[in-house]
Design a protein around this ligand. Structure first.
Ligand code: OOG
Ligand code: NI
Length: 454
């Protein structure tokens, strides 16, 4: 068999992202509304702002935009997580970042499976925020044991899916027909099931421990709980959601509106209350469950450790002022005031080493190889021989993620668990190390600098 017949993992990821998107459109029609609304807003922004359109073109970001999504799932056991890691690897998605959400009262820790190279990201940046339930955080030992037993009995992957993962690992890839079968088989794991696997009483007991525990334990698999398109103007998207009567979250998570967007801003519509059948002595009880929602995000500059430390400090300052977290009425003002201390022009952000940039020669630079050979990057920019464009943040923010979890678990803020981050336990469950995001952005920046002189 010749390896040239293998479909590239990037193409498998694109097929998978498209399949997930059409499945979720059917399952949660309001998601389709969001996708359409975001497409309209993005078109309008690009028409009004040719400089931004040029920047996206220069950085291979224009084409990926219409396809760009992230999703989120939650699994219950180490074995489930480890197999997911293998499944995502077939599509060129690898674990990046460790997120501890127990500090925010959510009994999970998480990573994001995503592509890591410039070429793979430009092809399709599809990422899946993946959480592992921390059963040890269930206080009642009997309930903890019951949840573990229920999870131990379920099989979240089809036999065909497991078979094709093993085949891809053994042969080093999948050919066209198998790749298509793999995508369909993988899709099954993330499908919604309106039939629970536990009785209504068990569901209530799990819910009382934490609604998220009930969401993970009561079903046959880790249903995709949202898919998020990327908008170029989240304030316009938020206004459009409200104008259409969509029940949007009150506060946009992340940094305030800025001239130079940084990291990630997100908003969502509240989870739907859906009918679920709970098995009971050969019949079933009808109840409801709220899990699935829609979300929109705007992505900006990836920050260096220095920039990120400043972001964390200012966000804490805004949240702590008055002790109100992000729920106080004047949060938007507090956030804007705190972030006045964060530079908001790209020259300063870059020169102060707060963010990562992708360097490229301008036409003049390409014509003047001699100058390019000896001038430092800042001098090339000053002379109009090179550009530096923001490298887009591809990851997540734990405080925002906690806010998204909370607003979809019924709103009330949960107390923090006494547990602490346990990255080693997570990596052991996954069977892989999670990569640090900063190293990836640094590499992208360094590659662009090296290419200037290439
Ligand atoms: C994941 C919430 C995190 C985000 O965008 O920060 C997330 C979940 O609810 O399972 O998706
Ligand atoms: Ni999300």
């Amino acid at each position: 068999m010749s390896t040239t017949a293998f479909v590239s993992p990037d193409d498998i990821r694109t097929l998978f992202a498209q399949a997930m998107s059409s499945m979720y459109r059917t399952e949660v029609p309001l998601y389709g509304t969001l996708v359409d609304l975001v497409a309209e807003i993005n078109d309008a922004v690009l028409t009004d702002n040719p400089a931004l359109a040029d920047q996206l073109d220069r950085n291979d970001e224009r084409a990926r935009l219409a396809q760009e999504r992230h999703g989120a799932i939650r699994v219950g056991t180490a074995a489930e997580l480890a197999t997911l890691g293998r499944l995502f690897a077939v599509m060129g998605m690898h674990p990046v970042g460790y997120y501890d959400l127990s500090v925010a009262g959510v009994p999970v820790h998480s990573t994001a499976f995503r592509p890591r190279t410039a070429a793979a990201l430009a092809h399709n940046p599809f990422r899946v925020f993946t959480s592992l339930l921390r059963l040890e955080l269930i206080e009642d030992p009997a309930l903890r044991e019951q949840a573990a037993q229920i999870l131990a009995r379920r099989h979240i992957f089809t036999d065909e899916c497991l078979h094709l993962i093993a085949q891809a690992e053994r042969d080093g890839g999948l050919e066209e027909t198998e790749a298509r079968r793999f995508v369909l088989a993988a899709l099954e794991t993330f499908r919604w099931h309106s039939d629970a696997t536990v009785s209504l009483d068990t569901y209530h007991a799990l819910s009382k421990a934490h609604r998220l525990i009930a969401d993970v334990v009561s079903f046959r698999g880790p249903h995709i709980n949202h898919l998020t398109p990327r908008t170029l103007d989240i304030d316009a998207a938020q206004a459009a959601m409200l104008a259409r009567g969509i029940d949007a979250k009150a506060v946009v998570e992340g940094p305030p509106p800025r001239k130079c967007p940084i990291l990630l801003r997100q908003t969502s519509f509240k989870a739907l209350e859906e009918e679920v059948n709970f098995p009971e002595d050969g019949r079933s009880d009808v109840g409801t469950h709220t899990a699935r929602f829609g979300e929109i995000e705007q992505r900006g500059l990836a920050l260096t450790p220095k920039g990120r430390a400043l972001y964390d400090q200012l966000l804490n300052q805004a949240r702590d002022a008055g002790g109100a977290g992000s729920t106080g009425g004047d949060y938007t003002t507090r956030l804007a005031n705190a972030f006045a201390a964060f530079p908001d022009d790209h020259d300063t952000l870059r020169r102060e080493g707060l963010g990562y940039y992708r360097y490229a020669l301008t036409e003049a630079g390409r014509a003047d190889k001699a100058a390019v050979g000896y001038l430092p990057a800042e001098a090339l920019i000053a002379a109009g021989l090179a550009t530096a464009d923001p490298i887009v943040y591809e990851d997540f923010l734990p405080v925002s993620a906690a806010g998204i979890f909370q607003s979809n678990l019924g709103g009330e803020e949960q107390r923090a668990y006494a547990a602490h981050a346990n990255r080693e336990a997570f990596e052991q469950a996954l069977g892989l190390k999670v990569e640090d995001e900063f190293g990836i952005y640094q590499r992208l920046q360094d590659e662009s600098l090296a290419a200037l002189r290439g």
